[in-house]
Ligand binder design. Structure first.
Ligand code: ADP
Length: 886
């Protein structure tokens, strides 16, 4: 672009400081992209690629999107991991040919997108940062749209797993790191990282729905000294002690990186980020990504048809409530009194009339949290202010309702609500009832609020009336009855005369524009009036924008009160939602205690119960840390084992989140973690087989479960040969039961019958089975868990139910009989010896069922010397051995 026009030179200048982003360059009513950006843009957005300076030797690729529909396009790019820099005209385009000043007003990245069109209302949009300093990882999580800000630290020894868990738990859209963590990030998140800074465009791992975009930033973002200064200056404090961050260097560095990145991309002070909280991981039950998925707690990103807990649980009215509900479920509490405080509030909201009165007030509430964000990020619209005022107006009525409710938490909620009458008054005095969405349009400010504005509007109105009067006057004077005064955006006012009447046009008309059937003129009078009108209108628009900015500033100063109110409303919404779900779905208040006993009577699986066509069969579960710490659950496939396991885990999570639970009654201990190993999850991308994944997950559980953990094992050892799998399952169960460090409460569902023998050897193990009955070869599932071991495995009956051909079923029964009769007796004896050995040494056993059959045939053959046998004996031996093998 050596011969670039001044405009293109301006473009290149700006692009130079944003090499990593797609630059949306505002030209009139369009955002244009040039060069490489245009090629990427046209490919990703499916829009036509054209060229500027087409006729020159080096045409410049170019494409564009209309500015009023740009957010859809931006959203698409950001979702794919690109960064988009928005470059606006920084002054109104004048009539002169002088180049308009332009500047980048915002850079939009996956983790810093705040526009409502770009992010889901009911989900947090989180930017994360990670830093390592010696033996410690620091992590920070910031929701730029609301100002929610958390930090934590993790010992480097647990680094890989724990970092992954906490990151999955917060599910950020973007993760900042600097190159010193390249290898760690690549390994922990199984991604290949591109070169260079701001690696946004190629970031992310396509195979993991939970995976954030990975953005490498300069290491200066993580400098401790500068970071500490940035944070203390931003929060206006002398240290970070009040936030629990004192002495936490790694967490401080990560937090500073988040804040700096947010301020730089937003080009704003972001004052709504007004505090940060140190998150002690021991103070919550952090549900890792695997558990969240195994228990179907949240919808999968994308269009998964699977039902999830949130489908059952989320009837929150406000988006703030929906987001808080997600946070409460992702990180349940671990302190009895905190949980009880929530449960008591839910109980206090049990009165359905009172509750629905409260909930209907919440319907009037806008998303105050994000509104407070927009006030501080310079993107609040006139409609936001009206919404703010309407929301605040609900509060006096709401407080009155809340005063009737006896609950400590509800009292705190009521105390935090501020209705800000002065601000409301200002907004209703100043902003029109139904204002335009943009502060740059006219009609934002109400008549009567500002006398200068009223004066300008009067001038413009009178001018327009005078212009309208011209039409009548000119018709009379010229005798052209079809003469019209018209207005258009580009040419302004004109007098239009049809072609047929041109002969009557007087001398003083100046031609302005020629159309097919008419000519357009202006007159000196019209020009003068027009200038007066446009002058008045432009001044009015400028004045409106100034007045609006002043009102926004007044509202902005109330950010802390608005944020407290928002948090209180969100809390109230979730509590009332819990109460509503409890009433509608017959949930009960669990008794949470510090002991070890878990006793659920008539428990139900919240998701299966809500969506199954059949009647749900409730089941009890009893666990403790002594006599009933390992439940081995057998029973037919499809019998309901997995459902029961997940049901216990979900009830425990709901209870600790402060929600009532689907049961007749429930006594629940505090659980530090729920560990799940469920089903087959092939991790093809990382090249690990199902079995490898299964074993890795099992290893994590065995290393980390404590006597306060709840372990859910749904089939272990399925992905390998029968005896291999059985031995591993046996040893795992024994270890969880025996190891003094762990002794976790364990629910172990298995199709290996042999495991039921464990209960005979281990004091804390018990056998349960999912009852089924068989009627003329047809199995009927009762879905009822009873004590004892399943008498048989019903596999063939289930196969018949599934419609396997009759011949196959008959043959399977035949083979089964043979196996049971000839071989298993011998080899299960061998196997059992081997199990005990394996349990001690953790060694795998090297034979399988069919190898065993073969080996017995070989052994039989080896017993005889062919020389010493007659022909008939040979034939008889061969027949016998052959039979055994078929
Ligand atoms: P398993 O793990 O033993 O193979 P599942 O737990 O997957 O069995 O249950 C199979 C199906 O049976 C589930 O999809 C569910 O629809 C139904 N089911 C399970 N438990 C119950 C129950 N307690 N009441 C009613 N239906 C149930």
């Amino acid at each position: 672009m050596e011969n670039a026009t001044p405009m293109l030179r301006q473009y290149l200048d700006i692009k130079k400081s944003h090499p990593d982003a797609l630059l949306f360059f505002r030209l009139g009513d369009f955002y244009e992209l040039f060069d490489e950006d245009a090629i990427i843009g046209s490919r990703e957005l499916g829009i036509t690629l054209t060229a500027r300076q087409k006729d020159s030797a080096r045409p410049i690729p170019m494409c564009g999107v209309p500015y009023h529909s740009a957010s859809g396009y931006i959203a698409k790019l950001v979702k794919r991991g690109y960064r988009v820099a928005i470059c606006e005209q920084a002054e109104p385009a004048g009539k002169s040919t002088k180049l308009v000043r332009r500047e980048v007003v915002r850079v939009i990245t996956p983790g810093t997108a705040v526009d409502s069109q770009l992010i889901a209302d009911r989900e947090a949009c989180i930017l994360a940062a990670i830093f390592r300093e010696r033996e410690c990882f620091g992590l920070a999580f910031l929701d730029v749209s609301t100002g929610d800000f958390f930090a934590t630290e993790i010992a480097a020894a647990d680094g890989k797993r724990t970092v992954r868990e906490i990151v999955d738990n917060f599910s950020p859209r973007e993760l900042l790191f600097s190159s010193h963590l390249d290898a760690f990030i690549a390994e922990t998140f199984q991604v290949s990282l591109p070169d260079g800074l701001f690696s946004g465009s190629t970031s992310g791992s396509p195979n993991s729905a939970l995976s954030p975009a990975f953005t490498r930033v300069e290491s200066t973002y993580f400098e401790f000294g500068a970071g500490l200064r940035l944070l203390t200056e931003h929060f206006g404090t002398s240290s970070l002690a009040g936030f629990g961050l004192d002495g936490r260097r790694a967490a401080t560095a990560a937090s500073a990186a988040c804040l700096r990145y947010a301020r730089e991309t937003q080009k704003s002070a972001a004052d709504h980020i007004s505090s940060i909280r140190y998150l002690d991981l021991a103070d919550q039950m952090v549900l890792d990504g695997l558990t969240l998925r195994n228990l179907d707690i949240f919808p999968e990103r994308g269009d998964s048809p699977r039902r999830c807990l949130l489908d059952v649980l989320d009837e929150t009215i406000t988006a703030m409530g929906a987001r808080l509900l997600r946070a409460w479920i992702s990180r349940p509490l671990v302190k009895v009194d905190e949980i009880d405080t929530r449960l008591s509030a839910v109980e206090a909201l049990g009165d359905s009339i009172l509750r629905s009165a409260v909930r209907s007030e919440l319907k009037e509430m806008s998303d105050l949290e994000r509104l407070a964000g927009r006030l501080n990020l310079g993107s609040a619209s006139p409609r936001d202010l009206v919404a703010l005022s309407r929301s605040l107006a609900v509060i006096p009525r709401l407080c009155k309702r809340l005063s009737e409710i006896e609950s400590e938490l509800i009292r705190l909620v009521a105390q935090a609500l501020a209705d800000l009458p002065d601000l409301r008054q200002l907004i209703s005095d100043s902003i029109a009832d139904d204002p335009p969405n943009s502060a740059n349009e006219s009609g934002v400010i109400r008549d009567g609020f500002n006398s200068d504005l009223d004066q300008l509007r009067l001038l413009a109105r009178e001018g327009k009336q005078a212009i309208a009067a011209i039409e009548e006057k000119e018709r009379r004077q010229t005798g052209i009855n079809s003469l019209k005064v018209r207005y258009n955006n580009v040419f302004g006012y004109c007098i239009e005369v049809p072609r047929t009447q041109l002969s009557k046009v007087p001398e003083n008309y100046e031609r302005k524009q020629t159309l097919a059937n008419a000519e357009r003129y202006t007159t000196r009078e019209l020009k003068e009036l027009e200038q007066r009108v446009t002058g008045a209108e432009e001044s009015a628009l400028r004045l409106e924008a100034e007045l609006f900015a002043g009102i926004v500033e007044t509202a902005r100063r109330a950010t802390p009160q608005i944020q407290n109110t928002a948090k209180a409303i969100a809390t109230l919404d979730v509590l009332a939602n819990f109460a509503d779900v409890a009433a509608r779905r017959r949930y009960v208040r669990p008794k949470i205690h510090d002991g070890d006993e878990l006793n659920i009577r008539g428990g139900r699986h919240p998701i299966v119960e809500a969506f199954t066509q059949e009647r749900f069969v409730p089941n009890g579960t009893f666990l403790n840390n002594t006599s009933d710490r390992l439940l081995i659950i057998t029973g037919a496939n499809m019998g309901g084992k997995s459902t029961l396991l997940r049901q216990v885990a979900l009830i425990q999570i709901l209870g600790q989140a402060g929600c009532f639970v689907p049961a007749e009654s429930a006594v629940l201990p505090i659980v530090d973690r729920i560990w799940t190993r469920v089903g087959a999850s092939d991790d093809l991308a990382s090249g690990r087989s199902t079995f490898m994944v299964e074993m890795t997950e099992t290893a994590t559980i065995l290393h980390n479960a404590t006597d306060r953990s709840l372990v859910i094992l749904d089939e272990i050892g399925r992905g390998t040969s029968t005896f291999d799998g059985l031995s591993i399952a046996w040893a795992v169960a024994e270890y969880l039961h025996e190891s003094s460090r762990h002794r976790a409460k364990t629910l172990f569902a298995t199709h290996y019958h042999e495991l039921t023998e464990l209960a005979e050897h281990l004091e804390g193990a018990r056998n349960y089975q999912m009852a089924a009955s068989e009627n003329e070869g047809q199995v009927v599932f009762l879905h009822k868990m009873v004590e004892g071991k399943a008498s048989k495995s019903y596999g063939i009956a289930v196969a018949r139910l599934a419609g396997l051909p009759a011949d196959v079923i008959a043959r399977a029964e035949d083979v089964l009989q043979r196996l049971e009769k000839y071989e298993l007796a011998v080899f299960s004896e061998n196997a059992r010896n081997a199990f005990s050995a394996a349990a001690g040494r953790n060694a795998a056993i090297q034979f399988s069922l069919f190898e065993a059959t073969n080996r017995s045939a070989v052994e039989e053959l080896l017993k005889y010397d062919p020389e010493s046998l007659t022909d008939a004996e040979c034939r008889e031996l061969l027949t016998r051995v052959r039979k055994r093998l078929i």
